[in-house]
Design a protein around this ligand. Structure first.
Ligand SMILES: [Zn+2]
Length: 222
């Protein structure tokens, strides 16, 4: 579940103080409404109960979506003036958060640190773009009776790849993946991330593909 905290906020319009609920943990995988608010930029807007003015308010929060390999610490944009200090502090908090609040001993992906919700919004928007292209790719793959394997989302983001890897035949290898991706690109040359996949696969020196999700899950019991 997402978690709220209560903070005292002073309205810049009427100078009145009020208590504001603010999300301190956002579960991106479970709370679509909050995710939408982040993407649309409404997340850190509050309404003053006294004069109804919209008040921009930032507080550090955590965005968590384990399936998408996202543990993001979002600090207020104003912290950028003392960036190193806050990064150090938040990195220390991160270890605490992982072991206590999230009940994680280890993560199979690196936490990310952002200043301002806009940075997170940009990431989520780009993810949505990748998801759309992945859906098209999976649709064509299914039509061609190809199987697909999940690509680690953090790897896909870093290399601008789709979130799935199609392959022909019963088992995944460099050759079966290359055959499937070639075939898919031949029927739809607008899939730019599939083209990136082709480049990455062609450059692989072994038949084994290290960037797909294995059966055994990483240490995430959420
Ligand atoms: Zn006010």
């Amino acid at each position: 579940m997402s978690t709220k905290g209560v903070f005292k906020v002073k309205c810049p319009a009427c100078q009145e103080q009020f208590n504001a609920d603010f999300w301190t943990v956002v579960r991106g995988d479970r709370d679509q409404e909050l995710k939408e608010m982040l993407i649309s930029g409404e997340f850190d807007l509050l309404m003053c109960p006294n004069c109804s003015a919209l008040v921009a308010y930032e507080e550090t929060f955590i965005y968590l979506d384990p399936g998408k390999e996202l543990l993001v610490f979002v600090m207020p944009e104003a912290y950028l003036t003392e960036k190193d200090k806050w990064l150090e502090k938040t990195r220390a908090d991160c270890d605490l958060v992982k072991s206590s609040m999230l009940n994680l001993q280890s993560l199979c992906f690196e936490p990310v640190y952002f200043f301002g919700a806009a940075e997170l919004a940009a990431l989520l928007l780009r993810d949505r773009d990748i998801e759309e292209e992945t859906e098209v790719l999976e649709f064509i793959a299914a039509e061609k009776k190809f199987r697909t394997a999940g690509i680690h989302p953090s790897f896909a983001r870093a290399h601008d790849l789709p979130f799935s890897l199609p392959y022909s035949g019963p088992s995944l290898s460099k050759d079966t993946a290359l055959a499937a991706v070639h075939d898919i690109i031949a029927s739809n040359d607008a899939l730019l991330r599939a083209q990136n996949l082709l480049k990455i696969l062609s450059a692989l020196e072994t038949a084994e593909i290290g960037f797909v999700k294995r059966r055994e899950k990483c240490n995430l019991n959420l």
